[in-house]
Structures are given as structure tokens and as C-alpha cells.
Design a binder for this molecule. Sequence first.
Ligand code: AMP
Ligand code: GLY
Length: 422
Amino acid sequence: MKILVIGNGGREHALAWKLLQSAQVKQCFCLPGNGGTALLQGCQNIPLAVDDLERIAEISQQEKIDLVVVGPEVPLSLGISDRLQKEGIQVFGPTKIGAQIESSKSWAKTLMAEAGVPIAQGETFTDPMAAKAYINQQGAPIVVKADGLAAGKGVIVATTVEEAKNAVDSLFDDGFSLIVVEECLVGEEVSVLALTDGISVRPLLPAQDHKRVGEGDTGPNTGGMGAYSRAPIATPELLERVQKEVLEPTVTALRKRGIDYRGVLYAGLMVSPEGEPKVLEYNCRFGDPETQAVLPLLETPLDQLILACVEQRLGELPPIAWKSGTAVCVVMTSGGYPGEYAKGKVITGIEEAEGLGVTVFQAGTNLDHDNNLLTDGGRVLGVTAVGKDFDQAITQVYQGVDCIDFEGKYYRRDIGYKARKI
Ligand code: AMP
Ligand code: GLY
């Protein structure tokens, strides 16, 4: 089987790496890929933009791709799956209408309310004055969200009414015409990435992300500074509730609307101190960096799971098999990220790190003409270790991280520590 993975992050490196472990997968392309996918045995990069749907459709035909796996939300929300299906190419990822579960917060909230899925109470606004009046009435803390893809910058958790009102102005100034204002939930966040064929839905192992740039969850939000899986907060009882109260009703509600959703349904959950789960947001794709922590634990060949979704026979598969233990992924970034940062710094030490048993997933990297590996983005690498428990995985992952060097490197030293205390 020939597979095309769309995207250029650590998530896509992990997807290609895992898919290539399957005996059925003979060749993998990554579009556009990164330095890691360029160096991955059996994988080849295709230098095209992820939003160039026409060229992606063309190249998939030319290369006789059997299956396309879409990483990021942007091509999904533009309709890459619709476009490829028109060509008769098998694709894993929802169609444009289904991708609204991520690309439109108000659409997702209406769907979830319809389905009876537990969510934060809130309202949708097209008028800034009305939004501010609602904020005055509700008080702070309160959450203001842009309705639309905003690359992680569309959610403001405001601690004061003033801050919330400023957020309303800045989102409308940024060109958003619809916003959601909702109650601020407290508790601990957990990501449940589930696979669905539009009828059945099966969760992968739960994971936790570290969104803030600073240790102790401080400072600005990022794309994710590290992740771990399994997540102790997601007990079997909680996961059973998520299956019955969140995932299954959502898939049923999508189907009722005539939406044939085959891909990842990623529930970002807040678990209250009393253990009640509520959905903060849905994403229509694998999480990054959760994928880099979840896939190393997966025993069942990934292509089998993905094909079962695409061919709508997920319900017939035996339970998904997992390795025992815990995976911890530490993201190494360019200094300054999520603000301004430099690119083009030489990266060394990956082989030494891998010699210690960690897996290094590359994100913002590329190769120069002499095949030197250079930094090329904010999040540069995701280093993952699998251990029998958190202590072992954390010790090993930081031994790996310590081997790797590039000018200005930054990473959090506290990935996974919160879970270790549970
Ligand atoms: P994003 O991934 O950009 O949609 O940002 C979502 C993040 O904003 C979540 O991971 C939470 O940390 C935070 N967030 C979103 N909605 C709420 C809410 N209702 N209450 C508290 N925090 C929230
Ligand atoms: N880890 C957060 C995300 O993928 O959206």
C-alpha cells in the first residue's frame, strides 16, 4: 500500500513512522513533510502546500496513492477529503461539512447541545455590543472564542470583565464576524482522540497536553510543549462516560445531519474537581503533540485502524491493542517561541538521543543542500520515551533531550510531573 500523509509537523512524522511499521505499507509520501520525514526510511517528501487541493488531488492520482491521511485541520476545513473522494481516492479525515466541528465553534456547540453532550454554557454573538452586555451580566472569569480556525490564538480565558470585553474587540478587529462567549470551566484537561467510521467510535489512549510555554503551566499558549499518555486522570470509569455521553452521541448527531464522518474525533475535555467531564472543544484531526505520545504505545497496525474507518467497518475490528507503560513526549522549541524566533540553526545529537532508546519526531526542521539538519519552525522536535511508569519515561526522555543541541533551544523541564503526583 502507498500512503500519502498531509502536513509537516511532529504529528505527521509520527503518523508516517507508525504507518511504515506495518508490513502492508510499502511506501509513504509526506506533503510537504519536514527534515524528519525526508530522512525516514521508506518515506519521501512532496514539496507542495497543504491547501493546494488541486495539486494534491493530481499528485495522488499520479503516484497511485491508495490512502491519504490528513494531518492538519486547514486542508480538512477547505474540503480536501471531498476533493479526493471525487477522484475515487481513499482518504482518512472528515469532509468539509464534518470538519466544521473544529472550524466553527458555534456549529460544534449547536451540534453538541443537540446531542446532549456536556458543554460549557454560553452564547454566540455577531454584535460586539451584545457580547459585551452578556459579559457584564455574567461577570468574570469568562471565555471568549473566535468562530473559525485561529491557529491556537482564538480563545481568550479572561479573568476580568475588562479583559473579556477587550478580547471581543480584538477578535472583531481581527476580522472574525462570529464569536462565542461561554462559562469558564475549571479542572484538569485531557485529550481523548477517537477514531470513527461515521457509525462506530473507538477512543485511543487518553493523553494530556501542556499548552503553556512556561513550567508550571505559565505564560502564553503554544501549539503544545509536551504530552503524555496514558493519563491517570482518565480512569476507566471516566472513559466509559466519555464514550457513552460524549463520543457516541456526537457521532449519532453527525449521522442524523447526514454527515459521513470518517476520521479522528478529538475531544478536548475539562474534568471538574468532582470528576465530571465537559467538552471544551472538538478537533477534526489527530492532536499535536498528543499523537507523538499515543502512537508509540499502539500495538495494532495503524493502517488497519485507519482503513477500517475509511471502509466503514471499524465495528468489526477486535479491540485496539496497546503496549503497557507510559509515553512522555517533550517538545523542544526555538528560543522565543511562541513569539519571534530564529531559524536555520544546526541541530545535533539526534542519533545519540535515539541510541538511548528515545524516538525523536521532527517538526520545524529541514535539510540544507549538504544534508545538515536545520531548525525551520517554532516547535522543532518532539522527543518521546516509553517507560514502565512515569518515573522511568520522564528520566529517559530528559536523558534523550540532553543529547540534542541547537542554538537557542528551549523546552519545559516539567513534562509529565503533574501526572506523577496522582
Ligand atoms: P484552542 O485549542 O485554541 O481551542 O484552545 C482551547 C483552550 O482554551 C483549552 O485547551 C483550554 O485551556 C481553554 N478553554 C477553552 N474553553 C474553555 C472554557 N470554557 N473554560 C476554561 N478554559 C477553556
Ligand atoms: N495539542 C492540541 C492540538 O492538537 O490542538
